[in-house]
Design a protein around this ligand. Structure first.
Ligand code: PMP
Length: 345
């Protein structure tokens, strides 16, 4: 989280604006909260370069509720959806969808432990209800830098790379992001849906699981996550102030520094060899064996570097370089890696 956002959020916990109460006490039906919702929606649209043909929603239930709601709303009983299986979350999204209907895997790199992106399908037919992709694969460290053609409406999970750089958001019929990486605190989720796509959503759904009902109630169908939405608004203001172009430049510099160190290392190996498939958000790497892995973790721990252990499914190490991480932190990590390497070889 950016330090400025943490500072503002903690002030609001004590006293929010001129209300005399804490943000934690604010009614989700108050004018103040409606102002928060409206400003955040406007900022999302500005930062994405999208217009009034999109609806912006704040939701709860994280990425996984979107995995459920997308097929429930958009997967036609007689039709099929397409999924690109590029990592654990992409796979889970497909499996959730398969509970509701036909969810075809059009490409997968599972057999290679997701150490690269599969080839984009030659043809994504318009007959599919949608094509679901995961723009950044958080656990294995791959990221689509180029999005291929799709005849079907494109739906994207952007949970781990939204607002990390320039992107043509108008290509998407829908995109969503659990907030806990680049967009605020855990417990809040952004969903953005183009109106013509929303029109295709089923009507016969319980309201909480219906995008149409959530849009109709302007994100306050039930008691909203007031604090979570506010923290996301603060984060959006921070992104706007900094500018996406600057954020992208910094993210590129951070990733380059770390990948260059990995590519020239005799001790560490990057999980993703293909440079054009590498994530700028999650850099995954390994050492030669479990003993060396344990030694490096202890080495980092003693030097106040935390959160470097890889996801339990992938093992090894993962440096997550989300927007709020500063270049100096990556420089420090690289220096510690070099120090470890010097005493290890
Ligand atoms: N999608 C992606 C790309 C993720 O990285 C994650 C979690 N890290 C999820 C979905 C799942 O999100 P949640 O835990 O909020 O359900």
């Amino acid at each position: 989280m950016p330090a400025e956002v943490l500072h503002e959020a903690s002030k609001a916990v004590k006293k929010f604006g001129s209300t005399g109460s804490s943000i934690l006490e604010l009614s989700h039906r108050s004018k103040e909260f409606m102002d928060i919702v409206e400003e955040s929606k406007t900022l999302v649209k500005q930062l994405c370069g999208i217009g009034s043909d999109y609806d912006v929603l704040w939701m709860q239930g994280g990425g996984r509720l979107q995995f459920c709601m997308i097929p429930m709303n958009f997967l036609d009983a007689k039709g099929a959806a397409g999924y690109l299986d590029t990592g654990h979350w992409a796979d889970e999204a497909q499996q959730y969808a398969a509970n509701y209907g036909k969810a075809d895997v059009l490409a997968s790199s599972k057999k290679a432990n997701y150490n690269h992106l599969p080839e984009w399908p030659k043809k994504v037919p318009a007959s599919l209800s949608y094509l679901h992709i995961t723009t950044n694969n958080t656990i294995y460290g791959t990221q689509w830098q180029t999005i291929g053609e799709s005849g079907a409406p494109l739906v994207a999970d952007m949970s781990s790379d939204i607002f990390s750089g320039k992107r043509d958001y108008t290509r998407y019929a829908m995109f969503y992001a659990a907030a806990q990486k680049n967009l605020g605190a855990a417990g809040n989720t952004l969903a953005v849906i183009r109106k013509d796509f929303l029109a295709r959503a089923k009507n016969e759904l319980p309201p909480m699981l219906s995008y149409k009902a959530n849009v109709k109630e302007n994100s306050i169908l039930n008691t909203a996550n007031v604090f979570g939405v506010y923290v996301s608004l603060l984060t959006l203001r921070w992104i706007k102030e900094k500018g996406i172009a600057t954020i992208e430049k910094e993210n590129k510099a951070k990733a380059k520094l770390l990948y260059d160190a990995l590519d020239s290392s005799k001790v560490f190996t990057p999980h993703v060899k293909e440079k054009t498939h590498r994530s700028r958000m999650n850099v995954c790497f390994t050492t030669a064996n479990a003993k060396q892995e344990k030694a490096f973790l202890e080495f980092c721990d003693a030097r106040d570097i935390t959160g470097i252990k890889g996801h339990r499914l992938a093992g090894g190490f993962r440096a997550s370089l989300y927007n709020a991480i500063e270049l100096s932190s990556v420089e420090r990590l690289v220096a510690v890696m070099k120090e470890f390497e010097a005493q290890a070889v």
